[in-house]
Design a protein around this ligand. Structure first.
Ligand code: NAP
Ligand code: HSE
Length: 439
């Protein structure tokens, strides 16, 4: 019997998730176990980008979270109070929950996780921070033995898009914001993004996982980007910095030591969101546009950075679906069977493309006699094998020999090798000292 999902919401994230779950080919075998049993929406009349049987779509969300047949409730409707009460009711009814709702988790996480622990169910939230970037699960599992010092994130795509454009174009905040709204990057009411509130929700969640304690949202300092001017950006640039909206959660243990405080029984941390001058060589300085990145620093791991799309249907659906698969694996695990996500699930060998079939660009450096027509002969040999050149330059001499550097367009490696074999027969060609692939 399949694992039945009750999905609350069929907007951007809900639609992306349904599309991903419906596409069973060449993804994960556990997807075969998932049944989209009910999907709750506000309106049945809206045109939808996915096809679902009439019996699946409903406007009665209460009925979904109380239906004994539903195993997992996937909350992707957004908002606060209604989402909170539906999540709590799902938990009371013994359902595991997957949510993408950082606003609800950062405000009501205390109540929700207490209820989930009492009910013996899981609440999963990979999509709540960083969209498609896997960062929740790594903090919970892969990095869990580390002592985390700092989590620093660019975790709001809208503000990063605005700051990137102000930086590259020298534009004003208000002009770029208006443009971002026209292009659909920023919401009609951009307050939560530009005032740092969305990033505050997200860093509260990351801090809680990294430092092992609950966080009250009111304790998270947050400052947005409205006051960042193009003048500040230009001065920062001259001084070797870029301005980014950083969300930072940092252990304050060294401060406690300086102040002669005894080791606190719970972690002492600072959690804040503010525009920050970031040195150009810093790993977060080159994260541009709507992308997100989270830099985790700890002991003994050192620095680890997670980078990727912080929003969007496909990216967020990837995170929601990974939570669903984790729950399906947990639900399916019997005392004797292995956890299908931990055990090796493959029996067949992959087919590997031979290197001759690889399509890539090449860089090649030739040493040739310095005589007329050599570059033409090289070009002819490449042309004979369908290899198209992006650039050819004669860079100078090595002793008596001319040095010629060639960069190709994308070519079949086998064709490129045949061209080289022909080139090596030319009396004008002395040697090919370098041959590198170009990405
Ligand atoms: P959305 O496009 O506005 O979709 C919301 C969906 O929920 C719609 O299908 C809507 O029904 C339904 N809905 C909302 N309130 C409802 C109610 N009271 N009763 C019944 N149905 C209701 O939202 P979204 O962008 O997918 O975001 C969903 C959640 O994911 C939010 O918590 C958001 O913060 C989070 N998230 C979004 C992204 C992203 O890229 N969009 C990324 C990360 C996290 P109708 O279709 O009938 O109106
Ligand atoms: N509004 C958010 C952002 C996307 O701009 O990053 C969803 O978390």
């Amino acid at each position: 019997m399949g694992v039945k999902l009750g999905i609350l919401g069929l907007g951007t994230v809900g639609t992306g998730t349904v599309q991903l779950l419906q596409d069973k080919g060449f993804r994960h075998p556990l997807l075969q176990e998932v049944e989209i049993y009910r999907v709750g929406v506000r309106s049945l009349d809206k045109p939808r980008a996915v096809t679902l049987p009439d019996s699946v779509l409903t406007t009665d969300l209460e009925a979904i979270v109380t239906d004994p047949a539903v195993d997992i409730v996937v909350e992707v409707m957004g908002g606060l109070e209604k989402a909170r009460s539906l999540i709590l009711k799902a938990i009371q009814n013994g359902k595991h929950v997957v949510t993408a709702n950082k606003a609800v988790i950062s405000r009501f996480g205390d109540e929700i996780f207490t209820a989930a622990n009492q009910a013996g169910v899981y609440v999963m939230l990979e999509a709540a921070v960083g969209g498609g970037i896997p960062v929740i699960q790594p903090l919970k599992q892969s990095l869990s033995v580390n002592r985390i010092h700092t989590v620093t994130g660019i975790i709001n795509g809208t503000t990063n898009y605005i700051l990137t454009r102000m930086q590259t174009e020298g534009s004003n905040f208000s002009d770029v914001l208006a443009d971002a709204q026209r292009l659909g990057y920023a919401e009609a009411d951009p307050t939560a993004d530009v005032d740092g509130l969305d990033a505050a929700d997200k860093i509260a969640i990351l801090a809680s996982l990294a430092f092992g304690g609950r966080i009250k949202l009111k304790d998270v300092y947050s400052e947005g980007i409205r006051q960042v001017s193009k003048t500040d950006i230009a001065y920062a640039e001259k001084l070797g910095f870029v301005i980014k909206l950083l969300a930072i959660a940092q252990s304050a243990a060294p401060l406690a030591a300086i102040a002669n405080r005894t080791t606190p029984s719970s972690p002492l941390i600072s959690v804040r969101v503010h525009p920050t001058l970031v040195p150009k060589a810093h790993p977060l300085a080159s994260i541009n546009g709507v992308n997100n990145a989270i830099l985790v620093e700890g002991e003994p791991i050192g620095q680890v950075m997670f980078f990727g799309p912080g929003a969007g249907a496909g990216a967020t659906a990837s995170a929601v679906s990974s939570d669903i698969l984790n729950l399906v694996a947990a639900l399916k695990k019997s005392k004797t069977a292995l956890n299908p996500l931990l055990a090796c699930a493959h029996q067949d060998y992959c087919q590997i493309v031979p290197m001759a079939e690889l399509v890539t660009r090449f860089y090649a450096r030739f040493l040739t006699k310095d005589q007329p027509g050599v570059i033409g002969k090289l070009g002819t040999c490449f042309g004979n094998h369908g290899v198209s050149l992006e650039s050819v330059v004669q860079t100078g001499f090595q002793g008596e020999l001319a040095e010629i550097v060639v960069v190709t367009h994308d070519v079949r490696e086998g064709d490129f090798r045949q061209a080289l074999t022909e080139i090596q027969t030319l009396t004008a060609v002395d040697s090919i000292p370098s041959l590198l692939r170009v990405v």
